[in-house]
Unconditional design. Structure first.
Length: 325
């Protein structure tokens, strides 16, 4: 796998650490028309992992917060610890012992890449602890294994932007090739998570297995237009390309007030609006921070008027990915 952008230097021997505290960002996947191939990283929210060496070999998951008790502490069943185990085995470092705390700062099943952020935080943490033996490109397949464990499908549209930062395009899976897309300078995201339940697996099962050629042509044009708009910082083209004729019409049924939220966002100045990942979170692009803030505020207020609680965020595109705190 190769990230088609300026390459990182090959892993160099660095001093190993005894403790690291890592943040990894939430993500918006698909970007409306780019089902399973496009995604971006957010400045907030995100998940944190604290990892310390222990005297006994093996991986131990000590504590999870923010999950309402829904995630397993069994190291083999939690994506964070399971991926760390895989990485240690790959490096022939199973003599290493680590203890992990996972602190969730986003809801599970939010459509914001919750499992991806946790997995990326864990992999980045163990790589930092061991002196960075692997590049981010080499960490990606392990992160995809975490997605497979979490939701049954090892896609990269969440883990790639969380790991690399910025906007990423999955050009192909066989072979795995990830392309970094330029981020327009004034591009901001409004993100709202309505407190309704839309299980990822159920949302995927609703997707049509066959599509008409005329619909595919429309979708291909929108994907090409969106990528071109991002490269050229053409906000008008970005907005006109944020149309999905394949996935959104089906998934929108599962999200209360979806079309009303879209109308609210567009009236407030959004470039485009759509579902984040499999939902229920929604997002909008704006070309300045005040407009993005206003969009988030108005959507949250609209949901509140309908008796639906929500979390709202305003974020630039995170171009760093995971970082040590």
């Amino acid at each position: 796998m190769e990230l088609t952008t300026e390459k990182e230097p090959a892993g160099k021997a660095r001093k190993e650490k005894d403790r690291v505290h890592v943040f990894a960002p939430a993500t918006v996947a698909n970007l409306v028309c780019g089902f399973d191939i496009l995604g971006l990283a957010l400045d907030e929210p995100g998940d944190e992992v604290i990892m310390e060496r222990s005297d006994r070999p093996g991986v131990k998951l000590l504590k999870i917060t923010g999950d309402d008790g829904r995630l397993p502490l069994d190291p083999a069943k939690n994506t964070v610890s399971a991926c760390v185990q895989m990485l240690l085995k790959h490096l022939n470092r199973e003599d290493v012992g680590v203890e992990i705390e996972l602190h969730k700062h986003m809801p599970i099943g939010s459509g914001l890449g919750s499992s991806a952020a946790s997995t990326v935080a864990g992999l980045f943490a163990i790589n930092q602890l061991l002196g960075q033996p692997l590049t981010k490109q080499e960490l990606l397949p392990f992160a995809m294994k975490g997605e497979e464990l979490a939701c049954g499908h090892g896609h990269a549209d969440n883990v790639a932007p969380s790991l690399f930062g910025g906007i990423t395009l999955i050009k192909s899976y066989e072979p795995l090739e990830v392309v970094s897309i330029p981020v327009p300078k004034s591009l901001y995201c409004s993100v709202v998570f309505p407190h309704v339940d839309v299980p990822t697996r159920a949302a995927r099962q609703m997707i049509r297995s066959k599509i008409e050629l005329k619909d595919a042509v429309v979708q291909w044009g929108n994907i090409a237009g969106l990528v071109s708009g991002l490269f050229m910082s053409d906000y008008g083209l970005i907005g006109r390309s944020m149309q999905d004729v394949l996935i959104e019409p089906v998934r929108a049924i599962l999200i209360p007030e979806f079309y009303e939220m879209r109308q609210t966002a567009m009236a407030a100045g959004a470039l485009g609006f759509g579902i984040s990942g499999s939902g229920p979170s929604v997002f909008a692009f704006a070309d300045n921070h005040p407009t993005a803030s206003d969009i988030t505020r108005q959507i949250v207020q609209h949901l509140q008027s309908k008796g639906i609680d929500s979390n709202g965020y305003v974020s630039a595109v995170n171009q760093q990915g995971p970082r040590e705190l």
